[in-house]
Design a protein around this ligand. Sequence first.
Ligand code: LMR
Length: 394
Amino acid sequence: MLTELAPQAPDKIMALMAAFRDDPPADKIDLGVGVYKDATGHTPVMQAVKAAERRLINAQDTKTYVGFSGDPAFCDALSRLVLGDARPADRLAMAATPGGTGAIRQGLELVRMAAPGARLWLSMPTWPNHPAIAAYLGIETVPYRYFDAEAGAVDVAAMMEDLSRVAAGDVVMLHGCCHNPTGANLKLAQWREVADLLIERGAIPFVDIAYQGFGDGLDADAAGLREMAGRVPEMLIAASCSKNFGIYRERTGLLLAIARTAAALGVTQGALATLNRLNFSFPPDHGARVVQMILDDADLRADWAAELEAVRVGMLDLRATLAEALRTRTGSDRFGFLAAHRGMFSLLPASPDQVEALRRDHGVYMVADGRINIAGLSARSVPVLADAIVSVGV
Ligand code: LMR
């Protein structure tokens, strides 16, 4: 049987992470996988997470099963962080999932269960795991134009033109903030326009929010998604705690499903619980409990929010410094988009050959499409990167 298996293509982002680790030590710069790093290149455990973990270890007296949908207190706390005042409590079904990827997978399984013929619209470009999971589940995907590489910005007119062709019952994936891989985001008024269009067409938004707090702040980053949640009849949201709580390996995420009516809530919640049961029975608990403790404790929450804010501001500084370094070296504003973008990622207009030359000749590792992780930079490496970009002719 196993001899019949076809080899699977390696995950490009994870392969890059391994290549960086295995290459001989030199002055190399890792701008690959979307993981926050401090100025020393370390991914620290946040203080509030450490404190909550200590409390948890002292207080926890059982590790028996919780429920298929996870700890309700976690679902409640994280859904409030994501949805704020736009939280439609009487129409909101939720299930904890193994990370944001788990939420996307479970959300797409829910789509397939509810509407087997529904198509999934994906931004061009998008996080490669979106189309990969959809293909694995046999869900047809349709790309919509999103990023204008020349302008380094969202091409809203092209996006709206493409989305005007969505069919009733189709699902449209949107990045809640800090678009991966481009870093270019919709403005609030544009979220409203997209919401209006999807309502008119009878399509369902599926918002992937994996970087809340990394762009313009915790509330600002969720403003578009909240605007949408307040208007559309149905919506799916995949939320991740990997980045904003720095608990990548704990696999902590949440799938939120806004049902059309309060009457449909019970069946939707039952479907989420069943899908969890079928795939892994119970979602991981440790990270979820840590997140819930932080969000529901005023001191821990303040400490966490302050540390997250410092991370956010640090990335903005790095963006501004890199844009300035490139302005000085090229005498043009061609890279000005770097300062305007938000979150961990931006897309350099680099060809695959230039990406390869950056790695081979300058020890700079980035995803083949030219995506760089701003958090992989430091004040010391910004000028090195700027010189390398200019030298390979990007
Ligand atoms: C990324 O895009 O680098 C992150 O979301 C990590 C991942 O799982 O790919």
